[in-house]
Write a protein that binds this ligand. Structure first.
Ligand code: CA2
Length: 147
């Protein structure tokens, strides 16, 4: 049985499509989940898609991805820039981890210039709106096919 691709989302991303459309677009997180499910299915993978506003819960989900997933696509949201706990959790994983952002943090405020996650990720895709997730699925497939 092929393991699923985990797609995990951090705090406030449940508000996607409801606020700040000029930065994050007008699609909802449910739209993202449906688009990703389709993209994963096309490649022969199932997906596990989750969002949480709680740091410890995100750590739990990362650990679950490590045990049960083929790969992890992670948008840690604001925890990208703050969380040693998430960095430590990611360092324990042996599956590919792709960091994803809807916006381009490098072009935003100075506090977004640091990513604790990037050091534990195979790569980062950011700035393409919700297409960042679809590009990350492509990156996962290319990575897994090569393995
Ligand atoms: O661009 C991204 O995907 C971010 O991970 C989004 C985070 C931000 O802290 C990161 O620097 C970059 C913020 C997520 C908040 O999501 C909202 C969505 C709609 C309305 C308000 C917030």
């Amino acid at each position: 049985m092929t393991k699923p691709i985990y797609i995990l989302n951090g705090p406030n991303l449940n508000l996607l499509g409801q606020r700040e459309p000029e930065i994050y677009g007008s699609n909802t997180l449910t739209d993202v989940e449906e688009l990703c499910a389709l993209a994963c299915k096309k490649q022969g993978y199932g997906q596990v898609f989750k969002q949480t506003n709680i740091e410890g819960e995100l750590v739990d989900h990362i650990q679950e991805a490590g045990a049960k997933g083929a790969a992890l696509i992670l948008n840690p949201a604001a925890y990208t820039h703050t969380s040693v706990a998430i960095f430590d959790a990611l360092k324990t994983l042996t599956i590919p981890v792709i960091e994803v952002h809807i916006s381009q943090p490098a072009a935003r405020e100075s506090f977004r210039q640091i990513s604790y996650v990037a050091q534990a990720a195979k790569g980062t895709i950011s700035g393409f709106g919700i297409n960042s997730y679809l590009l990350a699925i492509k990156a996962v497939i290319l990575t897994l096919d090569k393995a």
